[in-house]
Design a protein around this ligand. Structure first.
Ligand SMILES: *Cc1c(COP(=O)(O)O)cnc(C)c1O
Length: 438
């Protein structure tokens, strides 16, 4: 493993499953990464979501108020009191993707966009759209009949399955979700209730993806959403940055040489946090600092980013880790190589945390902010505190940010939770109370 950009001490932390902040030596704050085709693809994704908005407002009543756009709020934590923001220099916001409509998690962004890409290509190919290009036409019987011939499938630990399954079924596709054994029962149930076929696999997430991919390849009417290598997912996620930019403006937040922005993104296979970081870098360049966050038992993006361009990401199992975490949205053993290569120079660092810390944050979010999230989503709240540790201070020093922290804005990206059944959330809280000793 000599090719990994990890010190002996960092490797020890990985093996011992103890928390750390790994700073990315390949981070290039001024990299002119954002080649024109990539930037075009992001704006194309935003335009596609706009084209579909009138149709989505019909398919999902909860989208009527937003005219069919799937977006979440940006919450200022100041009203929650100094106890909540303790230790955080600057302002702290929560990006409320746990409340994203339709899918209830960050996966609404990428997953739904990819299903819409497929539906749009089919609609054009089959002449389902009229000259005006009114996408509401895709809700008629003729379009549904065409869509019903196709099967959209995906491998998922849960939330991606919800996003892909719900949207595919709503458009009239046959929908199939391959799930790992650690997927939550309520997520499977929710899909089954919507007519989505759930196929369970006893092995982990990687095996569920492989099985789904193989099944789709054998089916001429099959379309497989490949979480490990999908520009459509990535760009759907990246659209979040455009939306965030206007929300920051509305909140009177500046992002410039004097006002750094820190964003803490929970990472699984990498697509969601990678896409968002890509969009943020495009908009804010060197003034935004993106950190990924992972459970100590599943630091796959840390290992992926610690590799070099073109390397296959190393699995967490090589460090004796078992992906044993309650954060099912982040329970991934091997990162997406495609995402690692796309974001290797954009990410400032990756921090890891034990489940106990996630539960503590989950509890604090409920206690101070009356906000209910799933364990995966709580990990972003640790960011400001991580930044005050030794590695965090080294980062601030290296980038001459220490004197600017009173002007800083931090965003903890909350990624899932509003669909968690009350009983299940109650169990999370019980566990959090035991762990936090409250
Ligand atoms: C999937 C997911 C993430 C991470 O997204 P990846 O694309 O897998 O990195 C974070 N939080 C939640 C709740 C998720 O479901």
């Amino acid at each position: 493993m000599s090719s990994l950009n990890l010190t002996a001490e960092q490797q020890d932390h990985l093996r011992a499953a103890t928390p750390q902040l790994w700073l990315n030596p390949q981070y290039l704050q001024d990299r002119a990464i954002l080649a024109a085709p990539e930037v075009d693809a992001l704006y194309e994704a935003e335009a596609r979501l706009q084209r579909f908005a009138p149709l989505l407002a019909i398919l999902f009543p909860e989208l009527q108020a937003s005219g069919g756009l799937i977006e979440s709020g940006l919450t200022d934590t100041q009203p929650f009191g100094t106890e909540f923001t303790k230790g955080c220099e600057g302002r702290l916001f929560l990006k409320a993707d746990h409340q994203l409509p339709v899918a209830g998690s960050i996966k609404a962004r990428g997953g739904i966009h990819e299903v819409l890409c497929f539906a749009e290509a089919l609609a054009r190919q089959e002449g389902l759209l009229d000259a005006e290009g009114d996408y509401r036409a895709l809700n008629n019987a003729a379009a549904k009949e065409v869509f019903s011939r196709y099967r959209v499938s995906v491998g998922s630990t849960g939330n991606l399955g919800l996003s892909i399954g719900i949207m595919s079924a709503a458009l009239g596709f046959k929908a199939e979700v391959h799930m790992s054994a650690d997927a939550k029962d309520w997520k499977k149930q929710r899909l089954t209730d919507r007519g989505v076929k759930v196929i369970e696999h006893q092995a982990d997430y990687g095996a569920a993806v492989a099985a789904g991919r193989a099944a789709a390849e054998a089916d001429p009417y099959g379309y497989f959403v490949d979480d490990e290598r999908s520009p459509h997912l990535f760009m759907g996620y990246a659209v979040a940055a455009l939306r965030l930019e206007s929300q920051l403006q509305a909140a009177g937040v500046r992002v410039d040489a004097e006002h750094p922005l820190f964003v803490y993104l929970p990472a699984g296979v990498g697509g969601a946090p990678g896409g968002i970081a890509f969009g943020l870098k495009m908009l804010f360049g060197r003034y935004v600092h993106c950190f990924f966050a992972e459970p100590v038992q599943a630091p796959c993006m840390l290992l992926g980013m610690a590799g070099n361009a073109g390397d296959a990401p190393v699995s967490v199992s090589e460090f004796g880790l078992s992906i044993d975490t309650e954060a099912d949205g982040l329970a991934v053993g091997t990162a997406s190589q495609w995402v690692c290569d796309a974001t290797r120079n954009l990410i400032s660092g990756v921090y890891t945390a034990p489940d106990a810390s996630l539960y503590r944050q989950l509890y604090r979010l409920k206690q101070f902010a009356d906000t209910e999230v799933e364990p995966s989503a709580a990990i972003g709240c640790l960011g400001p505190e991580v930044l005050t540790g030794e590695a965090g201070r080294a980062y601030l020093q290296a980038h001459k940010l220490e004197g600017l922290m009173k002007n800083a804005t931090h965003i903890a990206w909350l990624t899932g939770g509003s669909f968690v059944p009350e009983q299940e959330y109650g169990r999370y809280l019980d566990k959090a109370r035991v762990i936090a000793g409250v």
